[in-house]
Design a protein around this ligand. Structure first.
Ligand SMILES: [Zn+2]
Length: 220
Protein backbone atom coordinates (compact mmCIF):
# COMPACT_ATOMS: atom_id res chain seq x y z
CA UNK A 1 0.00 0.00 0.00
CA UNK A 2 1.10 3.56 -0.33
CA UNK A 3 0.49 5.08 3.02
CA UNK A 4 2.88 7.92 3.75
CA UNK A 5 5.43 6.52 6.16
CA UNK A 6 7.23 8.54 8.71
CA UNK A 7 10.61 9.47 7.34
CA UNK A 8 13.28 9.67 9.97
CA UNK A 9 17.05 9.81 10.06
CA UNK A 10 16.94 6.22 11.35
CA UNK A 11 15.86 4.70 8.01
CA UNK A 12 18.41 2.21 6.71
CA UNK A 13 19.44 2.21 3.05
CA UNK A 14 19.42 -1.53 2.27
CA UNK A 15 19.90 -1.78 -1.50
CA UNK A 16 19.35 -0.17 -4.89
CA UNK A 17 17.28 -1.88 -7.59
CA UNK A 18 17.97 -0.50 -11.07
CA UNK A 19 19.18 2.73 -9.49
CA UNK A 20 16.11 3.03 -7.20
CA UNK A 21 17.16 3.33 -3.52
CA UNK A 22 15.21 1.13 -1.09
CA UNK A 23 15.33 2.16 2.57
CA UNK A 24 13.81 0.39 5.58
CA UNK A 25 12.21 2.23 8.49
CA UNK A 26 12.84 0.83 12.00
CA UNK A 27 9.01 0.44 12.03
CA UNK A 28 9.53 -2.58 9.73
CA UNK A 29 10.53 -4.50 12.89
CA UNK A 30 6.85 -4.31 13.97
CA UNK A 31 5.98 -6.42 10.93
CA UNK A 32 8.73 -8.90 11.90
CA UNK A 33 7.40 -9.24 15.46
CA UNK A 34 3.75 -9.61 14.35
CA UNK A 35 4.65 -12.14 11.63
CA UNK A 36 6.41 -14.37 14.17
CA UNK A 37 3.43 -14.09 16.52
CA UNK A 38 0.98 -15.00 13.71
CA UNK A 39 3.15 -17.80 12.33
CA UNK A 40 3.67 -19.74 15.54
CA UNK A 41 6.93 -21.40 14.48
CA UNK A 42 10.39 -20.13 13.62
CA UNK A 43 10.36 -21.55 10.08
CA UNK A 44 6.89 -20.16 9.23
CA UNK A 45 7.81 -16.81 10.83
CA UNK A 46 10.85 -16.44 8.57
CA UNK A 47 8.77 -17.42 5.51
CA UNK A 48 6.05 -14.91 6.45
CA UNK A 49 8.54 -12.06 6.96
CA UNK A 50 10.21 -12.85 3.62
CA UNK A 51 6.86 -13.16 1.79
CA UNK A 52 5.33 -9.99 3.28
CA UNK A 53 8.49 -7.93 2.77
CA UNK A 54 8.95 -9.21 -0.80
CA UNK A 55 5.28 -8.39 -1.54
CA UNK A 56 5.62 -4.83 -0.20
CA UNK A 57 8.90 -4.25 -2.08
CA UNK A 58 7.47 -5.59 -5.38
CA UNK A 59 4.34 -3.41 -4.99
CA UNK A 60 6.48 -0.32 -4.41
CA UNK A 61 8.84 -1.26 -7.26
CA UNK A 62 5.76 -1.19 -9.52
CA UNK A 63 5.18 2.47 -8.58
CA UNK A 64 8.92 3.18 -8.71
CA UNK A 65 9.64 1.66 -12.15
CA UNK A 66 6.66 3.51 -13.65
CA UNK A 67 7.72 6.83 -12.10
CA UNK A 68 11.35 6.23 -13.13
CA UNK A 69 10.19 5.70 -16.73
CA UNK A 70 8.75 9.24 -16.58
CA UNK A 71 11.96 10.66 -15.05
CA UNK A 72 10.29 11.32 -11.67
CA UNK A 73 13.30 10.17 -9.56
CA UNK A 74 11.63 7.63 -7.24
CA UNK A 75 12.90 6.29 -3.93
CA UNK A 76 11.26 3.63 -1.75
CA UNK A 77 10.72 3.52 2.01
CA UNK A 78 9.51 0.25 3.58
CA UNK A 79 7.74 0.69 6.91
CA UNK A 80 5.53 -1.41 9.20
CA UNK A 81 2.55 -2.41 7.07
CA UNK A 82 3.47 -1.20 3.64
CA UNK A 83 5.74 1.08 1.78
CA UNK A 84 5.91 4.51 0.29
CA UNK A 85 7.38 5.44 -3.07
CA UNK A 86 8.41 9.04 -3.11
CA UNK A 87 8.80 10.71 -6.50
CA UNK A 88 8.50 14.06 -8.24
CA UNK A 89 4.95 15.02 -9.16
CA UNK A 90 3.63 13.40 -12.35
CA UNK A 91 3.40 15.87 -15.22
CA UNK A 92 0.06 14.68 -16.64
CA UNK A 93 -3.07 12.92 -15.26
CA UNK A 94 -2.26 9.86 -17.40
CA UNK A 95 1.27 9.64 -15.95
CA UNK A 96 -0.20 9.86 -12.44
CA UNK A 97 -2.76 7.12 -13.24
CA UNK A 98 -0.10 4.74 -14.61
CA UNK A 99 2.28 5.34 -11.67
CA UNK A 100 -0.53 4.64 -9.15
CA UNK A 101 -1.93 1.58 -10.96
CA UNK A 102 1.55 0.04 -11.40
CA UNK A 103 1.74 -0.80 -7.66
CA UNK A 104 -1.29 -3.11 -7.47
CA UNK A 105 -0.43 -4.29 -10.99
CA UNK A 106 3.00 -5.45 -9.78
CA UNK A 107 1.37 -7.18 -6.76
CA UNK A 108 -1.06 -9.09 -8.98
CA UNK A 109 1.83 -10.01 -11.32
CA UNK A 110 3.76 -11.42 -8.33
CA UNK A 111 0.65 -13.47 -7.38
CA UNK A 112 0.44 -14.83 -10.93
CA UNK A 113 4.17 -15.69 -11.09
CA UNK A 114 3.91 -17.42 -7.68
CA UNK A 115 0.87 -19.40 -8.87
CA UNK A 116 2.70 -20.56 -12.04
CA UNK A 117 5.75 -21.53 -9.93
CA UNK A 118 3.44 -23.46 -7.57
CA UNK A 119 1.94 -25.42 -10.48
CA UNK A 120 5.43 -26.06 -11.89
CA UNK A 121 6.69 -27.26 -8.49
CA UNK A 122 3.72 -29.61 -8.04
CA UNK A 123 4.21 -31.01 -11.54
CA UNK A 124 7.94 -31.52 -10.90
CA UNK A 125 7.36 -33.85 -7.93
CA UNK A 126 10.38 -32.30 -6.16
CA UNK A 127 10.47 -32.23 -2.37
CA UNK A 128 10.61 -28.90 -0.53
CA UNK A 129 10.16 -27.82 3.08
CA UNK A 130 9.53 -24.17 2.12
CA UNK A 131 7.74 -23.91 -1.25
CA UNK A 132 4.40 -25.59 -0.23
CA UNK A 133 3.96 -22.82 2.36
CA UNK A 134 5.69 -19.87 0.66
CA UNK A 135 4.12 -20.00 -2.82
CA UNK A 136 0.42 -20.33 -1.79
CA UNK A 137 1.02 -17.60 0.79
CA UNK A 138 2.54 -15.29 -1.87
CA UNK A 139 -0.48 -15.92 -4.12
CA UNK A 140 -3.13 -15.30 -1.45
CA UNK A 141 -1.45 -12.34 0.26
CA UNK A 142 -0.85 -10.51 -3.04
CA UNK A 143 -4.37 -11.10 -4.38
CA UNK A 144 -5.88 -10.04 -1.04
CA UNK A 145 -3.69 -6.96 -0.52
CA UNK A 146 -3.99 -5.82 -4.14
CA UNK A 147 -7.81 -6.01 -4.02
CA UNK A 148 -7.98 -4.22 -0.63
CA UNK A 149 -5.59 -1.59 -1.97
CA UNK A 150 -7.77 -1.00 -5.04
CA UNK A 151 -10.83 -0.04 -2.93
CA UNK A 152 -11.64 3.63 -3.64
CA UNK A 153 -10.52 4.91 -0.24
CA UNK A 154 -7.90 7.67 0.10
CA UNK A 155 -4.91 7.36 0.50
CA UNK A 156 -4.97 3.79 -0.88
CA UNK A 157 -4.07 3.38 -4.55
CA UNK A 158 -7.76 2.80 -5.39
CA UNK A 159 -8.59 6.15 -3.74
CA UNK A 160 -5.86 7.85 -5.75
CA UNK A 161 -7.27 6.30 -8.96
CA UNK A 162 -10.76 7.57 -7.99
CA UNK A 163 -9.31 11.07 -7.36
CA UNK A 164 -7.50 10.95 -10.71
CA UNK A 165 -10.81 10.10 -12.42
CA UNK A 166 -12.77 12.79 -10.51
CA UNK A 167 -10.20 15.46 -11.41
CA UNK A 168 -10.90 14.85 -15.09
CA UNK A 169 -14.54 15.89 -14.66
CA UNK A 170 -14.49 18.44 -11.82
CA UNK A 171 -12.43 21.30 -10.41
CA UNK A 172 -9.67 20.12 -8.01
CA UNK A 173 -11.50 21.11 -4.77
CA UNK A 174 -14.79 19.48 -5.88
CA UNK A 175 -12.92 16.35 -7.06
CA UNK A 176 -11.25 16.05 -3.63
CA UNK A 177 -14.59 16.48 -1.80
CA UNK A 178 -16.28 13.85 -3.99
CA UNK A 179 -13.41 11.36 -3.52
CA UNK A 180 -13.27 12.00 0.24
CA UNK A 181 -17.06 11.36 0.50
CA UNK A 182 -16.69 8.15 -1.53
CA UNK A 183 -13.77 7.16 0.75
CA UNK A 184 -15.90 7.60 3.91
CA UNK A 185 -18.72 5.43 2.49
CA UNK A 186 -16.47 2.65 1.15
CA UNK A 187 -14.26 2.63 4.27
CA UNK A 188 -17.38 2.26 6.46
CA UNK A 189 -18.64 -0.65 4.31
CA UNK A 190 -15.18 -2.29 4.32
CA UNK A 191 -14.92 -1.91 8.11
CA UNK A 192 -18.40 -3.46 8.57
CA UNK A 193 -17.51 -6.31 6.20
CA UNK A 194 -14.23 -7.00 8.02
CA UNK A 195 -15.98 -6.86 11.41
CA UNK A 196 -18.60 -9.34 10.15
CA UNK A 197 -15.69 -11.67 9.28
CA UNK A 198 -14.09 -10.96 12.70
CA UNK A 199 -11.03 -9.54 10.90
CA UNK A 200 -10.48 -6.84 13.53
CA UNK A 201 -7.10 -5.68 12.24
CA UNK A 202 -8.59 -4.78 8.82
CA UNK A 203 -11.76 -3.37 10.45
CA UNK A 204 -9.72 -0.94 12.60
CA UNK A 205 -7.55 -0.08 9.59
CA UNK A 206 -10.63 1.00 7.58
CA UNK A 207 -12.17 2.85 10.53
CA UNK A 208 -8.93 4.86 10.73
CA UNK A 209 -8.99 5.56 6.97
CA UNK A 210 -12.69 6.52 7.17
CA UNK A 211 -12.03 8.99 10.01
CA UNK A 212 -9.09 10.44 8.07
CA UNK A 213 -11.27 10.85 4.94
CA UNK A 214 -14.05 12.40 7.07
CA UNK A 215 -11.58 15.00 8.34
CA UNK A 216 -10.50 15.69 4.75
CA UNK A 217 -14.16 16.18 3.82
CA UNK A 218 -14.68 18.58 6.73
CA UNK A 219 -11.59 20.62 5.82
CA UNK A 220 -12.11 20.56 2.04
ZN1 LIG B 1 0.70 1.48 -3.77
Amino acid sequence: MSLPGSETGNDVHVLDVAGIPIRFSPMWLILVVLAFRWAGSMRDGVIMVVALTLSIVVHELGHAFASKAYGLQPSILIHAFGGWTRHLQARTPNQDLIVVAAGPGAGLALALVSFVLLLAWRASGLDSAVLPFLLPYLVSINVYLSILNLLPVLPLDGGRIALNAAQRYAAPAQALRTTALLSVVVAALAALGAAALSDWFIAIFFVALGVRAGMMLRDA
